[in-house]
Design a protein around this ligand. Structure first.
Ligand SMILES: Cc1ncc(COP(=O)(O)OP(=O)(O)O)c(N)n1
Ligand code: TZP
Ligand code: MG
Length: 357
């Protein structure tokens, strides 16, 4: 084989190896989105990108790719870097695969131009789409990680003053609350903003996440960890546009259809209820623990049971397959809110340990 033929063969080997690496990497990432994240949108979009890459490859004759393939003669197979064999978790696998896919798509784009400029452009389009998709996947994974160990979610109002509210939420965070939500329908916008800003500042040094109820604009303005919206607030897809990809988006659900919609809309967690009669908010109907059972079977999204929950009825919530609860009155109307946080948290942790044994 003369120099020119050798170069031509080498280019086809690059195209063959890059196409295999891109396809394998896309499948690796798609499995993470499908089976670890359980995210239907992301899984579908990654599947589409895999098919888009296969379509772009139709301009590369398979016979030429196969004729150039010489895996035994590939000097690269013996080269190994230390980090290549280390993966700390599933997200690390997906991130490493994403890097390989982007590098391979760039090779297919640049060397594909030798065959036909249209092939280069087709792979360039795949590469640009991969940047957006992989960023979405990593941001979604990071949001999931923040909720991974969150079991006890406490709803508080604005109290008698901002100082009183911040003292209360600091105590509840210290006692073990994993998330605290500021929910106070009495406050006007300015008051809610000022309370939320103070609460965000109070909780920022702690591991307790701060969520604003109803108002994505205020959640973004005070750099809260997230916002919670119900079926009567802005649509979750609109809320996401306001809060961006970093903040958590919680959605209230009262039936399976609303759970499915919340998952489809990209919610990071859901509230499921009302479970029992509540002293904080009145309801005409209670989906109860039957809905909890159905919701637990519908999604792997973090789900918090809510509505009249306390130590006296927690076992019914746990029996329904839930290990996360959102409570207001059980804490704020308790004689010792911090002690009640600690008690509920202990019971939830015991249940978690029993379930994971
Ligand atoms: C964690 C959590 N779950 C449900 C709710 C209820 O939200 P919503 O239906 O919007 O009702 P209001 O709280 O706005 O009265 C929640 N706030 N938090
Ligand atoms: C806001 C809300 N949404 C469903 S139940 C509820 C009130 C939760 O408060 P409590 O735990 O005191 O019933
Ligand atoms: Mg609401």
């Amino acid at each position: 084989m003369d120099g020119k033929e050798s170069t031509a063969s080498g280019v086809w080997r690059i195209l063959d190896a890059s196409l295999n690496r891109a396809s394998e990497g896309l499948r690796t990432i798609e499995e993470y989105a499908r089976f670890v994240l359980g995210d239907p949108q992301l899984s579908e979009q990654l599947k589409q990108l895999r098919h888009q890459t296969a379509t772009a490859a139709e301009g590369l004759p398979r016979s030429q790719l196969l004729a150039a393939r010489d895996t035994p003669g590939d000097v690269g197979t013996a080269i190994e870097t230390p980090t290549e064999t280390e993966r700390v978790d599933a997200l690390a696998v997906a991130i490493a695969a994403a890097a390989r896919v982007q590098q391979s798509l760039r090779c297919l784009e640049e060397y594909g131009k030798i065959v036909d400029s249209g092939i280069g452009r087709a792979f360039e389009a795949c590469r640009y789409r991969s940047y957006t998709l992989f960023a979405t996947l990593e941001q979604l994974s990071q949001r999931r990680d923040r909720l991974a160990d969150c079991q006890l979610y406490v709803l508080v109002d604005g109290g008698d003053s901002i100082e009183a509210m911040t003292a209360t939420i600091a105590e509840l965070a210290e006692a073990g609350a994993d998330l605290i939500q500021l929910r106070d329908k009495r406050l006007n916008d300015r008051e809610l903003y000022e309370h939320a800003a103070a609460a965000a500042a109070t909780l920022r040094p702690s591991r307790c996440l701060f969520i604003v109820n109803d108002r994505p604009d205020i959640a973004a303005a005070v750099h809260a960890d997230g916002v919670h919206v119900g079926q009567d607030e802005l649509p979750a897809t609109v809320v996401r546009q306001i809060i961006g990809p970093e903040r958590l988006l919680g959605v209230s659900t009262h039936c399976v259809a609303q759970v499915e919609q919340a998952v489809s809309d990209g919610a990071d967690y859901i509230g499921c209820g009302p479970t029992f009669p509540s002293g904080t908010k009145s309801f005409e109907a209670f989906p109860g623990t039957d809905f909890l059972r159905d919701a637990a079977l519908t999604t792997t999204l973090p789900a918090f049971a809510i509505g009249g929950i306390g130590v006296e009825n927690l076992e019914h919530v746990l029996d329904a397959g839930f290990s996360r609860v959102a409570v207001a009155g059980a804490i704020t109307r308790s004689e010792s809110p911090a002690a009640m946080v600690a008690e509920l948290k202990q019971r939830l942790l015991r249940q978690d340990e029993a379930t994971n044994r």
